[in-house]
Design a protein around this ligand. Structure first.
Ligand SMILES: [Zn+2]
Ligand SMILES: [Zn+2]
Length: 354
């Protein structure tokens, strides 16, 4: 990113130092060695904490995809804090904003702003460091959650001490340190890469994609296009082969009576808005258009506003003829041809129509 960022979107070196320095911890394995016990601890710690993030912070606190008794809700929140991704209210409030504004200017971590920004840049600047409780009133009303959100260090410190007691210094360095770093970047991949790599099955207004690799790393969060298509679902792998262990665990918890109202996608939802069925993929169209228009504007082309209007007109036209299949296909083809022309202009630097 070479254009100057506003001050509150720049890396705050002072507040980011602990996060950046944390990445040096695994180097201490030179002295502790890498005993098998510490490796097992790291793997278990990774899986359990990834579950707290995906099933807890994400599917429960951000999306309310199932219900929990109050004690279990507190356990979920505490477990989530051990992953060092700040408190549950902070996490879920920002994630709700991501869905509300996906891939627009107001998206907290749109990858259309580049990999670094969507992966960690947005966390390491000042703009998003506070929790806006108004964004998450439904959970902010619980004092125990507000307490955990304020004191989000208690969980990780407890886990660090426990890791040391279980496997000594290697337990701390590998079992806690290396594992925490892996959970971080696994989670962040959903924000950065799950909007860039993989395939799209559903038309959504954003760029979300489905990636099996990310699903394996994150216990099922890689089916991100499914998720943007229907966020209310606790199940993100819609097909039987879409690996989603967070959901399988929630299903087990439902069987034993802890989880209730576990939401699943209906067959109608699964079959709706399929790109395969010829629906116009407005999310990719809009993103491609926005990027090309921004590049043109940066070149000093005056076309910025006119292009935004033109895009809207094309989308409206496609929407209007949606039920007349032939006209719909024709309008789609014309819109894609115009997008190609705008992209070409942005690439070659020649003004549109020249
Ligand atoms: Zn997303
Ligand atoms: Zn989500």
């Amino acid at each position: 990113m070479n254009r100057a960022l506003p001050p509150d979107e720049r890396l705050n070196v002072r507040t980011s130092l602990p996060f950046l320095a944390f990445h040096l911890i695994p180097l201490a394995a030179i002295w502790t060695g890498v005993p098998a016990g510490a490796v097992v601890l790291a793997v278990v710690s990774y899986v359990v904490r990834m579950f707290f993030i995906t099933a807890g912070y994400h599917r429960y606190f951000a999306h309310r995809a199932y219900r929990l008794p109050r004690w279990a809700q507190a356990v979920m929140a505490f477990g989530g804090t051990t992953a060092l991704q700040k408190g549950p209210l902070w996490w879920a409030a920002h994630h709700r904003d991501h869905h509300r504004w996906s891939d627009t200017e107001r998206d907290v971590h749109s990858p259309t702003r580049g990999f670094w920004w969507s992966h960690v840049g947005w966390i390491l600047c000042d703009k998003y460091s506070d929790t806006d409780e108004a964004r998450i009133r439904d959970f902010a009303k619980y004092p125990e959650l507000r307490w955990l959100n304020r004191n989000d260090w208690v969980g990780p410190v407890s886990l660090a001490v426990a890791s040391f007691l279980i496997a000594g210094w290697a337990g701390l360095v590998i079992g806690f340190g290396a594992s925490t770093i892996a959970v971080w970047h696994g989670t962040f991949l959903v924000n950065s890469m799950a909007h860039v790599v993989g395939r799209r099955r559903y038309v959504t207004s954003d760029t979300s994609r489905n990636s099996a690799v990310i699903a394996v790393l994150t216990l099922g969060e890689g089916w991100h296009n499914n998720h943007h298509h229907y966020q209310a679902s606790a199940r993100q792998g819609f097909r039987w082969w879409e690996w989603d262990p967070s959901f399988y665990a929630l299903w087990l918890l439902e069987r034993v009576g802890i989880v209730r109202d576990l939401k699943r996608p209906s067959e109608r939802i699964v079959q709706s808005n399929l790109i395969e069925a010829g629906h116009f993929d407005v999310g990719m169209f809009r993103t491609g258009w926005q990027q090309a228009a921004a590049r043109l504007a940066a070149m000093g082309d005056q076309a910025g506003d006119a292009l935004a209007e033109r895009r809207q007109a094309l989308e409206d036209r496609i929407e209007a003829v949606r039920h007349d299949l032939d006209a719909h296909r024709r309008a789609q083809r014309e819109a894609m041809a115009e997008l190609a022309a705008v992209r070409r202009a942005a690439r070659t630097g020649r003004p549109l129509g020249a």
